[in-house]
Write a protein that binds this ligand. Sequence first.
Ligand code: ATP
Ligand code: MG
Ligand code: MG
Ligand code: MG
Length: 470
Amino acid sequence: MQMTTSEIRTAFLEYFRSQGHQVVDSSSLVPHNDPTLLFTNAGMNQFKDVFLGGDIRPYSRATTAQRCVRAGGKHNDLDNVGYTARHHTFFEMLGNFSFGDYFKHDAIRFAWDFLTKVLQLPQEKLLVTVYATDDEAYGIWANEIGVSADRIVRIGDNKGAPYASDNFWQMGDTGPCGPCTEIFYDHGADIWGGPPGSPEEDGDRFIEIWNVVFMQFNRQADGTLEPLPKPSVDTGMGIERVSAIMQGVHSNYEIDIFKTLIQNAAKIVGVTDLENKSLRVIADHIRSCSFLISDGVMPSNEGRGYVLRRIIRRAVRHGRKLGATDTFFYQLVGALVALMGEAYPELKSQQPVVERVLKLEEEQFVRTLDRGLSLLEEELVRLGDVREIPGSVVFKLYDTYGFPADLTADVVRDRGYTIDEAAFQQEMEKQRERAKDASHFAVDYNKQLKIEQTSDFCGYERTIANTTIT
Ligand code: ATP
Ligand code: MG
Ligand code: MG
Ligand code: MG
């Protein structure tokens, strides 16, 4: 059965609605009331206080299609983009949640029924993991669902401490936590990779599609696990990964949304090879950048804004690498809005702001990009056989040419070079000591805004007027 990404989103929400779940809107990418979290990175974020018991909702079952960004902080997939078939900086996580309502039996049954009945995925392509000591979950998969023993993998004990492994989820050092069960799809023997728990698990043959967390304990400050009075459920399924399966392709970058974005990017920069890795990076980055800006993040030199600026600059660099001579990145926003504006109206309404901000950022960065790249090439020659770029060079590129360190690393990665990250950080520290203001390189919208709001300063009025930040 073929399904579009939109159809999968609708089918998921409808399925869980029919099972008594309240359909709740995606929350912003900027987490509310949670300064510890860089960006919303999972569906459960907006329900954190509900799980903790501090926020009581009129429903005990919910379902969402949550926009997520993993480009910094605890989950950072920025460096995976362009290298794996399954990682994006921006993706949509479909989830169902039980707040003290159903637990393991129903959570597993719902997930399995959605995959095998609604999406009609063949059972023999699916593989599940359970937490190593979770005999209850193992029993449900084996006896109630009927998954054969060779397709259930226990994960946990092999990584040392009993609760340090990937299959035991916890929100922080204390608080609600519990074992997971994950569902993987086997894309076939001609793709490199092994089942979860094997040495080749990082390959892209077996792709994790759904993570189901059983929130069962409240971890105490002394490390002990106290059973929760009302065990809960938190699940997350990556829509792009399921889309790939439903559209009969292996890589997320071949699904409907990405195909269209890549075609548009290719047209704008003037290339014909649609397999080009840089096109994938650009298609990925236009989504994270556009959604972040539409959720109110502005490029800046610190915090969330700097993560955004780094992603924009990486995209701009990949565009120049492909031969773009004009400002190109913002030209993709229209295509993205056409693809996703209906599901995310805030993206549509912010389109003009997104375009202006991206255009301005690109115009500013290209002024120094080429010179920075030439300097980098000269340094590579000077390095001879050494394959690590010194911290002082990374710092110079950062400070004089506006190259975020990860961009420099990205430029040279395919040629086998790494950067001396620790030495770069030392240079940064030295600079902080020299001057409080980290870098004068770029326009800092956030700082300007603060100035605008708190004083009569009007030197940047034109920029502000052009970007209309709300
Ligand atoms: P992986 O092991 O493949 O990196 P994960 O275990 O980090 O995935 P979870 O934190 O369990 O992922 O998130 C729940 C689901 O969200 C995953 O099962 C996957 O389908 C999807 N997902 C996670 N990270 C990404 C990403 N960077 N891009 C696209 N989908 C993702
Ligand atoms: Mg991951
Ligand atoms: Mg995983
Ligand atoms: Mg997972």
